[in-house]
Design a protein. Structure first.
Ligand code: ZN
Length: 366
């Protein structure tokens, strides 16, 4: 099957450079330092073949269409790297109503750089494979996916969102699809986020409409000898999907096994945790997040020593525990002042703890 062959010349003429490095979030640890986030995603966006008419009223789509085969493929890719970052690109179309339709997904190339704290796609892989998908099969590079980590932070990070918004504006792309994957070691989920140029940061968590067959593009492209020489398929033999947010269903996110009354069981608090990480990172440098065997979340930063904030079961009604290089630190009880705003209380608390540490160590304050 050869789709859009008649447009090959036109598309070739318009072909532009694909991408720079794409950086992603880590798996067990997540760096939210701006310089180590998805900073260069802008370069990963291929300009569309035709000029995009940007409608001021163009709202992000409420649904995103994906073929089951592509959801399966991405699940296998995510499960290939349960403890380290990975990602890839999405190809397909936009419907007249502005709904993304994903018909072909790719994963990481052989030279992709998977780190605990970020992921860089293999540029040569994407360029050579993308050229075939666009030129020969008439597809558009209309989205990206990357795996985040296991902590239920299933949204784009603040930095992911700003990178998206800037990329769309700078490239005059009109719209773009960002999918965030999560896994718990044995199963994966993928959440779709639709961005439009006019909506900016008001992106939408779109519900999936899964077309329950193999994508005809996958069937065709898999048989293409040129593609077969290039493409790298995941090693994990079978997909395993967690609960997806499906059209007509309830919005859901994969959440780790927090106990019923843990503060992060409430999805709204996942966004609060992200804000806390952003704040901590902005003031004190890269911040990592981890979960311990008791399913408690930890945030840590390095200021010469490692400062770790552990959120106990009864948080925010009790203060975070503070560990300095693994040793419990005594923090005066009145340092934790919670009156309803967790992020604000934590900003004050962490600044107090870390400012003291900075003074003690004689390090310059930021
Ligand atoms: Zn991200």
């Amino acid at each position: 099957m050869e789709v859009g062959k008649g447009e090959m010349k036109h598309k070739k003429k318009k072909w532009k450079k694909w991408l720079g490095k794409k950086k992603c979030q880590p798996d067990e640890e997540i760096s939210v330092n701006e310089s180590r986030g998805t900073a260069q995603l802008a370069n990963a966006v291929m300009p569309p073949c035709e000029p995009v008419r940007v409608d001021e009223r163009d709202l992000p789509a409420e649904t995103a269409v994906i073929y089951q085969s592509e959801l399966d493929y991405i699940s296998r890719c995510i499960l290939d790297y349960p403890n380290i970052e990975t990602g890839g690109q999405l190809f397909g179309f936009w419907s007249a109503a502005g709904t993304p339709v994903v018909v072909y997904a790719i994963g990481p190339g052989a030279r992709a750089n998977h780190e605990r704290t970020f992921f860089n796609q293999d540029i040569g892989y994407l360029t050579s494979l993308g050229r075939i998908l666009v030129d020969k099969y008439g597809l558009q590079h209309m989205g990206e996916w990357h795996s985040h980590h296991r902590l239920g932070l299933a949204h784009p990070s603040g930095h992911d969102a700003s990178t998206m918004v800037n990329s769309i504006r700078q490239g005059n792309l009109g719209r773009f699809l960002l999918c965030i994957g999560n896994c718990n070691g044995s199963s994966s989920v993928l959440n779709a986020f639709t961005f439009t140029q006019s909506a900016g940061y008001d992106y939408r968590h779109a519900a999936w409409r899964v077309v329950d067959v193999e994508s005809p593009f996958r069937t065709a492209i898999s048989a293409d000898a040129e593609v077969r020489r290039i493409v790298l398929d995941p090693l994990t033999p079978s997909p395993n999907h967690g609960k997806l947010f499906l059209a007509g269903g309830r919005e859901c996110f994969v959440t780790p096994d927090y106990s019923e009354d843990y503060w992060l069981k409430d999805r709204a608090n996942n966004l609060v945790l992200k804000k806390m990480m952003d704040d901590l990172s902005a003031s004190f440098g890269p911040c990592a997040v981890q979960k311990d065997d008791e399913q408690r979340v930890h945030l840590s930063v390095r200021r010469g020593q490692e400062f770790r904030f552990v959120f106990p079961q009864r948080f925010p009604y009790v203060p975070p525990l503070v560990l300095v290089d693994g040793v419990a630190a005594e923090v005066p009880p009145d340092t934790w002042v919670f009156s309803g705003d967790i992020a604000a209380a934590f900003a004050q608390f962490s600044t107090h703890v870390l400012a003291d540490a900075v003074k003690t160590e004689g390090e310059p304050a930021i």
